[in-house]
Design a protein around this ligand. Sequence first.
Ligand SMILES: [Ca+2]
Ligand SMILES: [Ca+2]
Ligand SMILES: [Ca+2]
Length: 571
Amino acid sequence: MNAIRINKVVIVAALLGATIRCSAVEGTWARRSDLPTARLGLSTCVVNGKIYVIGGGYSIEGPHSRIVEEYDPATDTWARKADMPTGRLGHAASAFNGKIYVVGGDLHGEVSGATVEEYDPVTDTWTKKADMPTRRTFLCSCTVDGTIYVIGGITAPEMHTPARVEVYDPATDTWTRKTDMPTARSMAAACVVDGKIYVIGGVIGNVGGAGVSTVEEYDPATNTWARKADMPTIRKALSASVVAGRIYATGGGAGYGEPFSALEEYDPETDTWIRKPDMPMTRYFHSTAAVDGKMYVFGGAVQFPPHASTAAVEAYELTGPPPDFNGDGKVDGKDVLILAASWGQDDPSCDIGPTVFGDGIVDVQDLTVLAEWIGQDISDATLIAHWAFDEAEGVVAYDDAGDHSGTVIGLPVWQPVGGTIGGALELDGTTFVVTDFLLNPEQGPFSAFAWVQGGALGQAIISQQAGFDWLLLDPATGTLMTELRSGGRVSMALYSEATVADGQWHRVGFTWDGSNRRLYVDDILVAEDTDVALAECYSGLNIGCGSIMAPNTFFTGLIDDVRIYNRAVKP
Ligand SMILES: [Ca+2]
Ligand SMILES: [Ca+2]
Ligand SMILES: [Ca+2]
């Protein structure tokens, strides 16, 4: 990496901050051992890597449970613990200093409680503590700096919704009041990230109401509230947990409708929400807890009205892409060198540690994550299409990575042993491959790579129908260029001086990391500039001709191993 390129990367990273950070992290769901006792309106709390699942009811009418079950995520096993003295549903639980504090909830049908009980997992014993000033149900609680914040809820039977924030100090067994939450609600979720509390969703007034998508942030240091970006889904009786500094909101419902399966991720750093893979089951009145980078979902109800609860447990695990920075299908020394070239910098494409979102600098933590991948077989979820062109016959060009198999238009001439990797497709200037929609360039980082031999002035390698030519040979000089740009009046194509049409095989590539366009020939950077936006386009790809199929854009020569990634690969 030369000095000019390093400066560009540093300047752009400084301008954009975190907005382009790793978009490739994805999660997967898996079923875990059922709760021994099916429940809804339960609460969960983590102490020493174990999750305590406390109280709740078989249905929304009860009976109100005193049951405590301990889940060990490491072994996927359950153990029964000492019953809570007070059976309850719709309560809240938070941990501090190895002990759990259970507050409020519906104690025995339509009566909200103020009762506080402390559980010590080491001695498996319960102790009664000072009552909360405002009795309530469907409240939320969380711990910041040794203090337990109890927020919102509803007080039955008056059906009064307190906006109150009351804080409990376990050291002195005393309560004090803080600034009211701006939007009084019950059935909300609360999470803590970087010492601030986020209260998400819920319902205003009567619990039968429609629900809200409101997010409000409380700063304990200043005792003030701030409105944040709304959650995409309006919901109440949801649950949320924090994994790797981001909040994951699960399930819930609206009004008297069916429960949801939606999972949405909130990044407090950028104040943005993203939809993530749905939970396998719909549920509300459930509870979530996170341990070691995984979120676990317990119980709740899967149907309206919530007269029966489920025992099902599901786990959500975040996984980053393999650190195959150059996209050659292997994690090896080449990737180590690429990481070394970004050492000490804020380079999102190499910032893979600590898992899963990185920390804004490339250092030994990133090398550690990379080392774990060396030599492993990788399945790269960011490789969204891979046409190997190893077919010997037929008109289908199979996609090994996704479900975007292409169709050869014209008479296909396969060269089963004539490619760089196995076979290749020979194009005669009248034939090309068409695929369905794969990606919208506006949406975020991506890369397109192909092996080609041959070609001539103005011929295209990959284009998007009715969009831009992604990779083509300059009509004037025959060198590699891209038309991909914002489409604005001042936006321009990006040109290189690298010759491709010399009869040799070359690997050509385009990458966009959200801020820089780059062209590669034989894995060497041949052109680069800053372009912070690309024009949207929702159509399929052409391989071997230009976007509007102009006759002079049809490729003549061999094409092999076309790979599209939804990240910026770094050859
Ligand atoms: Ca690699
Ligand atoms: Ca890092
Ligand atoms: Ca091939």
